[in-house]
Design a protein around this ligand. Structure first.
Ligand code: 13P
Length: 257
C-alpha cells in the first residue's frame, strides 16, 4: 500500500509571517491524519519559519524549485544543498516554470538528478495543454515528459519519487479533470510508462498525484481512484480549512480513516 501524499503548492503567495499563521491554523488537524503524508511547499523565504514550526511532527516541507549546481556564481538560484537544510521534498518542472521561465525537459531532468543526489524527494510535474488534449496528444506528451524527466534515474530512485499529473487547462481554472480522465492518465500513461521504463515493482511503488483545481468538493471522488495517490493542491492549499478538508478526504477515500 502506497502512503497517500497531499502537497500544498503555495506558489508565489504568503510572506513568512502569513505562512506560519496559515500552518498554525491547520497543524493540529493535519497531525491528526498521519495516514496521509502532508507537505507544505511555501515560497523560499517562508520555508525556514514553516520548517521550524513543523519540526518533529508528521508534516513535511517542500521547496517549489531548485537549481542543479551545488554552489557557485548563479545569482538568484537556490541549490539542492541549501534546500535539504530545511526540506524533504521539492517540486520540479511545474508547468508554470516551464511556461513562464522557459524550463525545458532536460533542465527538469538535471534538477531531478541533483535533488536525488542530496536525498530530496522530487515531485515531478507533467501535464498537457488544452490544445494538446484536443489534438488527442495527451498520452504521448505526458509519456515523453516522464521519460525525459527520468533519464539516468535508477529504478530504486524512481520508486521513491512522486510524479504529479497536472493538466495545464485544469490549473487555477476551477475546471478539474474528471476523476475518470485523471485516473486514466495517472494509471494508463504515467504508471504504465514507469512499468515500461523499469519494471512492475517500480510502477507499483511510485506515488502519483493529481493536480488542477482540487478542492474539498471534488477531492474524495478524485482520490478514490486506484492510481491516484494524492494531490498537488494550489489555490485550496492557501486556506487552512480547505486544505485540511482535502487531506481528510484523501484519507477517507483510501479507507484509512
Ligand atoms: P490549483 O489547485 O490552484 O488549480 O493549482 C494546481 C497546481 O498547479 C498545483 O501545483
Amino acid at each position: 500500500m502506497r502512503t497517500p501524499i497531499v502537497a500544498g503548492n503555495w506558489k508565489m503567495n504568503k510572506t513568512a509571517a502569513e505562512g506560519t499563521a496559515l500552518v498554525r491554523a491547520m497543524m493540529a488537524d493535519l497531525m491528526a491524519i498521519p495516514e496521509v503524508q502532508t507537505v507544505f511547499c511555501p515560497p523560499f523565504l517562508a520555508v525556514p519559519d514553516v520548517a521550524r514550526l513543523i519540526q518533529g511532527s508528521t508534516l513535511a516541507i517542500g521547496a517549489q524549485d531548485l537549481y542543479w549546481e551545488e554552489s557557485g556564481a548563479f545569482t538568484g538560484e537556490v541549490s539542492p544543498v541549501m534546500v535539504t537544510e530545511f526540506c524533504q521534498y521539492v517540486i520540479i518542472g511545474h508547468s508554470e516554470r516551464r511556461e513562464y521561465f522557459g524550463e525545458k525537459d532536460q533542465e527538469v531532468n538535471k534538477k531531478v538528478i541533483a535533488a536525488l543526489a542530496q536525498g530530496l524527494t522530487p515531485i515531478v510535474c507533467v501535464g498537457e495543454t488544452l490544445a494538446l488534449r484536443d489534438e488527442g496528444r495527451t498520452e504521448t506528451w505526458v509519456r515523453d515528459q516522464v521519460v525525459a524527466a527520468l533519464q539516468n534515474v535508477s529504478a530504486e530512485e524512481t520508486a521513491g519519487l512522486v510524479i504529479a499529473y497536472e493538466p495545464i487547462w485544469a490549473i487555477g481554472t476551477g475546471r478539474a479533470a474528471t476523476p475518470e480522465d485523471a485516473e486514466q492518465v495517472c494509471g494508463e500513461v504515467v504508471r504504465a510508462t514507469i512499468a515500461d521504463l523499469y519494471d512492475q515493482a517500480t510502477a507499483e511503488a511510485i506515488r502519483i498525484q493529481y493536480g488542477g483545481s482540487v478542492n474539498p468538493g471534488n477531492a474524495e471522488e478524485i482520490m478514490i481512484q486506484p492510481n491516484i495517490d494524492g494531490g498537488l493542491v494550489g489555490g485550496a492549499s492557501l486556506q487552512a480549512e480547505s486544505f485540511a478538508a482535502i487531506v481528510r478526504s484523501t484519507a477517507s477515500a483510501k479507507g484509512l480513516i
